[in-house]
Write a protein that binds this ligand. Structure first.
Ligand code: GTP
Ligand code: SPV
Ligand code: MN
Length: 597
């Protein structure tokens, strides 16, 4: 009989039951101490799970390589397991809980033989806050433990909290054989349970993140009347010292991390803006007693995209990841430091690529395609407290008040640089009809445009039509709902080059958004929403070729009539479940486009 460090019987019973299924050699409880983390790092180095990087240049940093076919979230292997199919809705993969448990038990059976089972008690949100949620993840991966220690508040303090409250999400993970044919990411919202097996990649296995904080949390949030969203949260301190907070939903690998920690561009420095980073991926938002929307970031770290991150695009992140960071699937340089495409400096003359093979710049594969040193979804896991612009409000239970919500996608055409909705309901329509080109963050066809409502398509834990209804209702309950905007940093020219320089220059667009919130800027009423007059976007210090800003703000009617067709097709799948308000918004947009001709 092993002695467990808790009196919570529900917890001990469950751990024992899962141990009987997975048959680990040993059970180790994660206490959150430095000493335990360091001994885990040593063990993981000994087994080759992580490689220690150059400790002079990158203190506390490690490199991990995943299996070659385990480099991104696998949406086709991700399921919502509710008793009724309808509760998972038309956009989710569904399996009956009974079938799901039975099938997956077979894969979990004895999967941890010869391994240790780690028990990670973790809290999403400050420990003990009434808005936080507790989870316990069982895993046979030291890499998962080391990542969870960065991404969540975990260890003894959470166990103590579990002496007081009974409720926690039961999260079971095993690498098993890392076999893609025996890989499943299952959510049982009705049992507050997550089962993930056969993967070792971030979003599939750090169960506090997408699985708990989005899929399970969104299910809970609808019942408890709050929102769990795939959003960054940032504060913009205005020259007068007021800080306005915004939340923004962009699909995976579409710029949340970069926006959340941007530094003002040189041309705008004189205005004295200052950015405060609250979160880069997940926002939990509630209506507080003042009738406005308040947001917390339930995480404590960033699991950010490496490729494209450099001292020009995101100097703040380059500072953040200099220490205590775990790099996944990047290139290893001979001096024990790392590099990725779109990173700082020239490509090194030689290195070891993300698959562990010798690499030189200019190498091509058998099809003549360039061999990448780093995987295009290579990432780093780094503590938010490393970030120079980290918000001082991180530990505050109520979080920060949200003035504006921004939706955005990656679209070469159609969507202008920025526009504002006419109302909350119209804003929900804009969010619900968002579309974006697919990125490397999930396995699938790159570049294909798909509808990704509120950037939640892969993360909504229940029927998406009900989710839309919930959004509409939240708006009605607020005294002063945030204004809703849409942005697109990714519009391209005929040659596919970005028209907008993006990154820190995006502050110019945020400035217009804040001005709108403060009733300080005018706007042009168009069929799709309010657009800025080009002269209202401060371009000091940024020289765009003549006519480009106007082009970024142009709306092409033909594109929008096509867009209407896409929206109609998308909405039809929800049948009678789709809130009538969204069809009304569709009709209204259609009418405005027609009568504008
Ligand atoms: P997830 O972590 O997958 O949810 O993604 P994210 O939304 O946080 O994306 P992130 O900020 O990491 O950006 C992903 C990619 O988009 C990186 O390669 C960035 O360099 C690039 N990117 C970010 N912002 C901009 C921008 O304003 N313009 C352009 N052209 N690229 C950008
Ligand atoms: C995303 O894909 O949206 C991510 C990375 O933020 S992961 O945690 O892998 O889902
Ligand atoms: Mn994400």
């Amino acid at each position: 009989m092993i002695k467990f460090p808790t009196h919570n019987k529900k917890l001990t019973d469950w751990v024992e039951k899962m141990a009987r299924l997975c048959e680990p050699d040993d059970i180790v409880w994660i206490d959150g101490s430095d000493a335990q983390r360091q001994s885990l790092e040593k063990e993981a180095m000994a087994t080759g799970e992580i490689l220690q990087l150059n400790q002079e240049k990158l203190p506390g940093c490690f490199l991990h390589r995943t299996a070659v076919d385990d480099v991104a979230r696998t949406e086709h292997l991700t399921f919502i397991c509710t008793k009724r199919k309808r509760d998972a809705g038309s956009t989710n993969n569904w399996m009956h809980p009974r079938t799901a448990y039975r099938k997956t038990k077979e894969i979990f059976k004895s999967a941890m033989r010869g391994r240790t089972m780690y028990v990670i008690p973790f809290s999403m949100g400050p420990v003990g806050s009434p808005f936080s949620k507790i989870g316990v993840e069982l895993t046979d991966s030291r890499y998962v433990v080391l990542n969870m220690l960065i991404m969540t508040r975990s260890g003894e303090a959470v166990l103590r909290q579990l002496e007081k409250e009974d409720n926690f999400t039961k999260c079971l993970h095993s690498k098993a054989q890392l076999d893609i044919n025996k890989r499943l990411i299952l959510h049982f919202p009705e049992d507050n349970t997550i089962w993930s097996v056969g993967s070792g990649y971030g979003g599939n296995v750090l169960l506090g993140k997408k699985c708990l904080s989005l899929r399970i949390a969104s299910f809970i949030a609808r019942k408890e009347r709050w929102l769990a969203e795939h959003m960054l949260i940032m504060g913009i301190e205005e020259p007068n010292g007021h800080i306005k907070y915004i939340a923004a939903a962009f699909p995976s690998a579409c710029g949340k991390t970069n926006l959340a920690m941007l530094l003002p561009p040189d041309g705008l420095k004189i205005k004295g803006y200052r950015i405060w980073t609250v979160g880069d991926d997940i926002a939990w938002m509630r209506i507080d007693s003042d009738g406005s929307l308040w947001a917390i970031n339930p995480e404590t770290g960033f699991f950010g995209v490496a490729v494209g991150t450099n001292s020009q695009t995101n100097p703040n992140m380059m500072d953040t990841i200099k220490k205590n960071t775990i790099y996944t699937n990047v290139l290893l340089k001979p001096d024990g430091t790392i590099w990725w495409e779109g990173g700082d400096g020239e490509a090194p003359q030689e290195g070891i690529d993300w698959q562990g093979r010798p690499w030189r710049p200019g190498m091509t594969d058998s099809h003549g395609r360039p061999v990448l040193g780093a995987h295009s979804n290579s990432r780093f896991t780094t503590p938010i407290l490393n970030c120079p612009t980290v918000s001082f409000r991180l530990e505050q239970h109520h979080g920060v008040p949200i003035s504006a919500i921004i939706f955005g996608g990656r679209r070469g055409q159609v969507a202008p640089l920025v526009y504002e909705s006419f109302s909350w309901q119209h804003g929900v329509f804009i969010g619900a009809t968002m579309a974006s080109e697919r990125t490397a963050a999930q396995v699938g066809q790159l570049g294909e445009v798909r509808r990704d409502p509120m950037a939640m398509l892969p993360f909504c834990g229940y029927n998406m039509a009900e989710y839309f209804r919930h959004w509409l209702e939240m708006g009605k309950r607020m005294v002063k709902p945030p204004r809703i905007f849409h942005v697109n940093w990714f519009r391209t020219d005929e040659l596919g080059r970005f028209l907008w320089p993006g990154f820190r220059e995006n502050l110019r667009v945020l400035e217009w958004i804040l001005d709108r919130c403060n009733n300080k800027a005018d706007a042009l009423r168009t069929p799709i929403g309010y657009l800025p007059f080009p002269c209202d976007i401060d371009m000091t210090g940024l020289q765009l070729p003549k006519g480009i800003l106007e082009r970024l703000l142009q709306i092409h009617k033909e594109d929008w009539f096509e867009e209407l067709k896409g929206i109609k097709k998308f909405f039809r799948q929800f049948k009678k479940d789709l809130p009538i308000e969204l069809w009304q918004e569709y009709e209204a947009l259609s009418q405005r486009l027609k009568s504008d001709e």
